[in-house]
Design a protein around this ligand. Structure first.
Ligand code: ADP
Length: 383
């Protein structure tokens, strides 16, 4: 199929920052795009060929949108899967597939998938209602501490809570959930795997999330992870096994825990470009966004090697500021070596809202890490 400078149409569900970065690549290749998002102010509105406003969970909206395009992909998991299934039956190519999305959308079915495929993950129990957790604790079937997770609609940790005592259960949403073993991890890792419809597969280097020592928040994504070769290889092998089990098309970001005794456990996956791959834009031969496009269009996959060491810092809204956004000291960070800010285009900041990110590249990863800390201490997202 001729995708380039032609009538071919790629449809994308979701018009947020991931889509905005994907659209840099469709523009690079001159591929036509249709985008749909619930917000009239969606960040990617300015970069697509045609923009539609609509509810991504609504069957008719997704179905009618999908009927107009040749290949359909998404930047967000919360979309109407029944509509995707019907579109697939009627010949629209949907990548990643509705089948995989259905498994991944629900954290319980996702975890069960790993059990069924003998893939390493932490132990867990599934509850139809949060109230059943209290019964399980009362009859000794479940012990604190554990990690409560809503099976659906969580993002950036909103559907996750460490439960250390019964009190922590108060105010939790009532719906379906899982209780996971609390993993005593050394660090969190991620590996992005790309696969096209012909079955060509490539993995990006393992990245490491460095946490703030007190706030328990990821501060830096570091590529490559500072790990012994053998452990990095083990993480990549697990990610490849996950990718094989799903038989997925497109990108699959595999989030992993490295335990204190050097075991690799799967936390969860995202079937799309991912926060842990943003540094690939500046640091890799092929960015994750270009790679996603190559994979879903069955083009040859690009080289996944890094050109330089890369570190990513998320730009989130500072506490106590809500309103029209100001990026304080952005010029100061732009004077620093190897620093590129990405501004997602959200006009309003709120505490902890993801507003952008900054990539720091350097031939020497330790130097990049020093610059990253300066960036973190200099720029502020306020109003
Ligand atoms: P989300 O889908 O909102 O990103 P995750 O399932 O990735 O939620 O969990 C968010 C964070 O919570 C993880 O990055 C990790 O730091 C912590 N976490 C999740 N599951 C566990 C677990 N079983 N044990 C310890 N920490 C966990």
């Amino acid at each position: 199929m001729n995708y380039f400078s032609s009538d071919f149409k790629l449809g994308i569900l979701g018009g947020g920052q991931l889509d905005k970065m994907l659209l840099n690549e469709t523009r690079k290749f001159d591929i036509q795009t249709y985008v749909i998002d619930p917000s009239a102010e969606a960040p990617s509105k300015i970069a697509c060929n045609k923009f539609f406003q609509g509810d991504l969970m609504d069957f008719d909206t997704v179905y009618n949108f999908g009927k107009q395009v040749d290949v359909l992909t998404f930047e967000i998991e919360n979309v109407n899967v029944d509509a995707l299934e019907k579109l697939e039956r009627e010949g629209v190519k949907v990548y990643p597939s509705s089948k995989n999305l259905r498994t991944i959308q629900n954290k319980a079915t996702q975890k069960l998938f790993y059990l069924d495929h003998n893939l390493p993950t932490s132990t867990f129990s599934r509850f139809a209602y949060a109230s059943e957790i209290e019964d399980a604790i009362a009859n000794g079937g479940l012990k604190c501490p554990f990690v409560w997770k809503s099976t659906q609609f969580g993002y950036d940790g909103t559907g996750v809570k460490i439960v250390r005592s019964l009190q922590d259960l108060e105010h939790l949403p009532k719906g379906e959930c899982i209780a996971e073993e609390l993993v005593d991890f050394k660090t969190e890792l991620a590996v992005i795997v790309a696969r096209n419809t012909s079955g060509e597969v490539k993995t990006y280097p393992v990245v490491e999330m460095e946490f703030h020592p007190e706030a328990n928040q990821v501060e830096y994504v570091i590529c490559p992870a500072r790990l012994p070769e053998a452990i990095a290889k083990k993480a990549q092998d697990v990610a490849l096994a996950v990718s094989k089990a799903y038989n997925h098309v497109g990108l699959l970001a595999v989030e992993l825990f490295l335990t204190k005794d050097d075991k690799i456990l799967i936390n969860e996956v995202a079937p799309r470009p991912h926060n842990s791959g943003h540094q690939t834009i500046e640091a890799s031969y092929t960015s994750q966004f270009e790679q996603h496009l190559r994979a879903i269009l069955n083009l040859p996959l690009g080289e996944t090697k890094s050109k330089l060491g890369g570190i990513m810092v998320n730009l989130v809204g500072a506490e106590n500021y809500t309103g029209d956004v100001i990026y304080e000291n952005i010029e100061a960070i732009m004077k620093m070596e190897g620093v590129t800010p990405h501004i997602y285009g959200k006009k309003q900041t709120r505490p902890f809202r993801k507003m952008g990110h900054v990539t720091i590249v350097n031939e020497n990863l330790n130097t990049a890490r020093e610059v990253a800390e300066k960036v973190k201490n200099t720029i502020r997202v306020i109003s």
